[in-house]
Design a protein around this ligand. Structure first.
Ligand code: GTP
Ligand code: MG
Length: 195
């Protein structure tokens, strides 16, 4: 499955800057450094469409990518710890929550969780924002090339228990590695089915 041509549209730092809500939209959300931008690159087969980095806090704007004429794929700044000034981080976090709760055309969220750690309290906070806004989300474990099998199993189990408490969560957890390509076709199929 191929997503078709994809191009960067704009980076947004305030709700007023959002592009017109005239397409279906889905986004990548998750803690800083979890692998959101890398997954966008893996999905589109482009190495550097979205900028990635070892340093948490790389993506600092809400980045819109146009998929064909019908969808926006959105890369969000991370939440949680980031190597940036406190006031700046606080501003992204507020924007992020406003976007997740208030974007009319947002159809689906991919909520990324590091497979070495499992879901954390900050992830639960975001899940609650999505519950209240009735925006359905898929839980996506990232970097599954990294943990030992027993550690992956433990963080999966912890994450399953957490998402079971959230009515807007899809029950299946999608295992991915942007480096190795695991899970990428599964995600493309979900995206292709969005309407
Ligand atoms: P912020 O924009 O800072 O919130 O981070 P992000 O969630 O966009 O993460 P990003 O895609 O920039 O990746 C963070 C780091 O994790 C980079 O060094 C990536 O190379 C690495 N990474 C991402 N996905 C994978 C993966 O599947 N496997 C491995 N081993 N490393 C990964
Ligand atoms: Mg990023």
């Amino acid at each position: 499955l191929f997503l078709g041509p994809c191009e960067f549209v704009k980076g947004v730092v305030a709700m007023e800057g959002l592009p017109p809500a005239d397409r279906l939209e889905f986004c990548m959300a998750g803690r800083s450094n979890v692998g959101k931008s890398s997954l966008i690159n893996a999905l589109t087969g482009r190495k550097a469409l979205a900028r990635t980095s070892n340093t948490p806090g790389r993506t600092q704007e809400i980045n819109f990518f146009a998929l064909a004429d019908t969808h926006y794929m959105v890369d969000l700044p991370g939440y949680g710890f980031a190597k940036a000034p406190v006031a700046v981080v606080a501003k992204w976090q507020a924007l992020l929550k406003n976007y997740l709760a208030g974007r009319q055309t947002l159809r689906r969220v991919f909520l990324l969780i590091d497979s070495r750690h499992g879901a954390k309290e900050v992830d639960e906070e975001i899940m609650s924002v999505l519950d209240r806004a009735a925006v359905p989300f898929h839980t996506v474990m990232t970097k599954i090339d990294k943990p030992r099998p027993a550690d992956l199993e433990a963080s999966l189990e912890r994450t399953r228990q957490i998402i079971a408490k959230h009515p807007t969560a899809y029950p299946e957890i999608i295992l991915t590695s942007s480096d190795k390509g695991d899970g990428v076709e599964t995600l493309r199929a979900i995206i292709a089915g969005l309407n």
